[in-house]
Design a protein around this ligand. Structure first.
Ligand code: PEP
Ligand code: MN
Length: 372
């Protein structure tokens, strides 16, 4: 059960103490307190954990400080969508809104290689009105002999160039908790010209100690990739790990599932799960067509499979697109074969816009159907 207290409830007030005294007296119930800081107010939510079936909702609702009570019906206590649950499903970070009702495009390098390439990308993003990018710095690779990413040495120029081209959010994967501090320090040292979204890759979806460390920090929002060989439920529980440690600014990313049934694509595209994740949780849902499809093939319509997969996710209501681009894919140190070319960026964006307006029209059609 979640008790949502009136906005800006003061913990020093007698009414707050009265409620806490009562709750503490309940047998076998543990209270976990969460502060949710929005743009205009701070909300306190009290999670009552244990056997809550016998609790008297009317009695609890009568305490002055209690605004609303949400009965938790599913496993994902914090990020889940529960009955009569009208808590917001969006957050803002560095001036950019992330929600279940809007769409952000993160185009960029799978892996940072040179400052020149970072600059080419960021300049193009600014030209086309984008404020977010992806820049892989720490790369988890299948082979120990493959390029492992530039690591912290590239952070200063990545951040400086992001600032120069007005990029507000840079998504980058981290593979261990020390990377959080490295990123934090590099951002501070460069005067915070941009923001960072910490990405947890598919190989680490169930690295519970990493999830706990990333969830404990509240500075950066988190992009959690779905595990490529586990159930959706297991991946959603991984997201809940982040929130249970305190950070609920989590975006869930579908990136395809590993199976030979997906051949000749790198993974089998799982974007039919966009509405499923939006129904089960309040997280915005990202799609990664580059790692799902993994190749630059096109059919007789000459539209790349990566474009088709993107459109499939967006027309189903995806809230974020993460896509690999490279100024010279033949020379890319990681995932060149799936990277889109810079001259494809405006086309890609227009294609996404088409799919997004089709999605909005579908929502409108649905509204008209239910009004009948
Ligand atoms: C990536 O986005 O660079 C990446 C490695 O993705 P994934 O973890 O989904 O394989
Ligand atoms: Mn990659």
């Amino acid at each position: 059960m979640i008790l949502i207290l009136h906005p800006d409830t003061n913990k020093a007030d007698a009414d707050y103490s009265k409620l806490m005294d009562y709750l503490s007296s309940l047998p076998n119930i543990r209270i976990s307190t969460h502060e949710v800081t929005g743009t205009t107010q701070t909300l306190t939510e009290l999670y009552l954990i244990g056997d809550t079936s016998g609790l008297d909702e009317n009695m609890i609702g009568n305490f002055e400080v209690v605004d609303r009570i949400v009965r938790i019906s599913r496993e994902y206590r914090i990020l889940g969508r529960h009955k009569r649950d009208d808590r917001p499903s969006h957050f803002e970070y560095n001036g950019v809104k992330f929600g279940q009702d809007n769409l952000n495009v993160f185009a960029g390098l799978c892996a940072v290689d040179t400052a020149e390439n970072v600059e080419v990308i960021m300049k193009a993003l600014q030209t086309h009105g984008l404020q977010c990018t992806r820049m892989g710095v720490y790369k988890p690779r299948t082979s120990p002999y493959s390029f492992q990413g530039r690591g912290k040495e590239c952070l200063p120029y990545v951040f400086e160039l992001a600032g120069k081209y007005d990029i507000k959010v840079v998504a980058m994967e981290i593979t261990r908790d020390a990377h959080i501090e490295e990123i934090h320090q590099a951002l501070e040292a460069s005067g915070k010209p941009t923001g960072v979204m910490l990405q947890i890759g598919t190989r680490n979806t169930q690295n519970f100690e990493l999830l706990k460390s990333v969830g404990r920090q509240k500075i950066f929002p988190i992009l959690l990739k779905r595990g490529f060989g586990i159930t959706l439920e297991e991946s959603l529980n991984a997201a809940e790990y982040l929130a249970s440690e305190g950070n609920r600014n989590v975006i869930f990313c579908l990136r395809g599932m590993k199976t030979n049934y997906g051949d000749p694509h790198r993974n089998i595209v799982d974007f039919a799960h966009v509405p499923v994740v939006k129904r089960l949780t309040r997280m915005p849902v990202c799609i990664d067509p580059s790692h799902s499809v993994g190749v630059r093939s096109a059919s007789s319509d000459n539209i790349l499979d990566v474009f088709h997969a993107t459109a499939q996710g967006v027309i189903a209501g995806a809230n974020m697109v993460l896509a690999d681009f490279h100024p010279n894919p033949g020379k890319a140190l990681v995932d060149g074969p799936q990277a889109l070319h810079m001259d494809e960026l405006p086309w890609f964006l227009q294609d996404i816009q088409l799919a997004r307006s089709a999605y909005e029209k579908r929502c409108e059609l649905q509204r008209r159907q239910t009004e009948k």
